[in-house]
Design a protein around this ligand. Structure first.
Ligand code: ADP
Ligand code: ASP
Ligand code: MG
Length: 471
């Protein structure tokens, strides 16, 4: 069996955690499997890099930023490889190389005062580049040959910096050329997550949390048998455990349920992870590196439907509600079409669309980082309607959250929307808008940001998600 094993930030957050990750990978090789490891940056490092870049762009660069990263990675490498001077030496020089590059980029930024998405990608990728040689060193020290490989050599993407998309054929060819012979030799390649490069070799990133996506991109390129995502919870839970302490681990969910949950805020999985896996029907498991004996969550085609309809509930913040409002909209054809065409042209992610039956307004929800751009585009494309008074105003409100109830069996199970609504009434939560995806796998609600946790808990309770489901 060929397994792609991805370790998240907390799973490589210290020498102790890295040694556990190395042991988990080596164990699979000892059992006769082929393993590709994908690593995230050590926990907190990507945030640190992004903050350093942002303040450098404001003219504030100081060498403490480098020192903090240097000490953390150097001491981790030392703790793991102290008894292997040759390995340690190699890792230390790779730390110097990547931190030199980081420092030069930040220094340049502090002079030009402009942080482009392209430069931000080049800087935020440093965490994975630092982590991979340490983990590969730890695996080699445990007795299995391992090589760190930057994914810029494997994953070819377009140039959408900050949310780059892989180019399948090019990626497949490079990945197979680079990794197959290592795997045939029983070695473990440790690939940097999160990062890709354009066909011209310019570094890109796949978006925050994107190492999960890297793992499934590589699994698809290699026709792997499984993808294992090692994280700090027991799997995909019925809700974010930080919001709902009684949330329960789901044994099995479908690809579509996993996609909807990730898209609507379940951070445990990057929302694009499922796409490459679905194409080749590769099962994905979410496992806890702190409790590897737990079975975790299996994500597959069927996903063991639950008779309750709803399987899990999520919430997403940092989103904005854009409203196009006007009494004159009634009966005027084409406003909705123009709206969606202009949002699509902006390549904005639309989380939710809702049009009141009175036709007095159209609401859509986008990520707050994209809201300004979308409003500007809408004002431009609906200029005529605004001038004629068919539309009164186009506004954006970022004080909201979206709460989503998800489950494949919602389709055809009557009464779910009613149950969701009565639970909102009972909890005293005002629902600003509602939408049911055409797939009927999801009911999503817009609520005030401060009501989101109350709403999530109310839905969790009314569907008794804390109790094991009947199939
Ligand atoms: P990693 O660093 O391993 O990629 P992340 O922090 O990206 O881990 O994702 C794991 C976290 O996702 C959990 O610690 C948990 O707080 C959060 N989370 C949010 N919703 C869910 C959910 N439905 N199930 C499991 N975890 C969730
Ligand atoms: N290190 C990156 C991030 O923090 C990618 C990841 O962890 O998946 O966003
Ligand atoms: Mg993650």
């Amino acid at each position: 069996m060929l397994v792609v094993m991805k370790f998240g930030g907390t799973s490589v957050g210290s020498a102790e955690r890295i040694s556990m990750a190395a042991a988990l990978a080596a164990k699979q090789v000892a059992e006769g499997n082929k393993v590709v490891v994908v690593t995230s940056a050590m926990s907190g490092v990507t945030n640190h890099l992004i903050n350093a870049a942002t303040s450098a762009a404001q003219g504030n660069w100081n060498s403490e930023e480098r020192k903090t990263l240097d000490e953390r990675h150097r001491s981790t490498a030392h703790a793991l490889l102290g008894g292997h001077p040759e390995l340690l030496e190699r890792v230390q020089s790779s730390i110097v190389e990547h931190l030199d590059r980081f420092e030069k980029l930040c220094f340049g930024l502090s002079m030009i005062h402009e942080l482009s998405p392209r430069l931000l990608d080049a800087i935020s990728a440093t965490g994975e580049l630092l982590a991979a040689p340490i983990l590969a060193g730890a695996i080699t020290a445990s007795g299995v040959r391992s090589v760190a490989i930057p994914s810029t050599k494997l994953i070819v993407t377009n140039d959408q910096f900050g949310a780059a998309e892989p180019l399948d054929e090019e990626t497949r060819k490079l990945t197979r050329d680079e990794l197959m012979s290592l795997l045939d030799d029983g070695a473990i390649p440790v690939v940097t997550g999160f990062i890709g490069a354009t066909s011209e070799g310019v570094m890109t990133t796949l978006g925050r949390g994107g190492s999960d996506y890297s793992a499934s991109i590589l699994a698809s390129a290699l026709d792997a048998d499984e993808v294992w995502i090692w994280t700090d919870v027991d799997g995909v839970l019925t809700a974010n455990p930080a919001e709902v302490p009684e949330a329960r681990t789901l044994r099995e969910i479908s690809y579509s349920e996993a996609s909807e949950l990730a898209y609507y805020g379940a951070k445990v999985l990057h929302h694009k992870t499922i796409l490459p896996a679905v194409k080749r029907k590769i099962p994905v498991r979410i496992l806890n590196s702190f409790h590897p004996e737990q079975t975790g969550t299996r994500i597959s085609v069927e996903g063991r439907p639950s008779s309750r309809g709803v399987k899990a509930v999520t919430s997403i913040r940092n989103v904005s509600l854009i409203t196009i409002a006007g009494r004159g909209m009634q009966g005027i054809p084409g406003i909705a079409a123009k709206t969606f065409a202009s949002v699509a042209a902006e390549k904005a992610n639309v989380l939710m669309i809702s049009q009141a039956s009175s036709e007095n307004n159209i609401c859509l929800v986008v990520n707050s980082s994209e809201a300004k751009r979308v409003v500007r585009a809408l004002r431009h494309s609906l200029e005529l309607e605004l001038m004629l008074g068919h539309i009164d105003e186009i506004t954006s409100d970022d004080s909201i959250a979206v709460v989503a109830a998800v489950g494949d069996r919602m389709k055809g199970t009557p009464g779910i929307a009613g149950k969701v609504f009565s639970s909102m009434g009972a909890a005293g939560v005002n629902v600003i808008a509602i939408s049911q995806g055409s797939s009927e796998r999801n009911i999503s609600l817009i609520v005030a940001g401060e009501d989101a946790v109350t709403a999530v808990r109310a839905i969790h309770r009314v569907f008794e998600l804390e109790k094991p489901a009947q199939p």
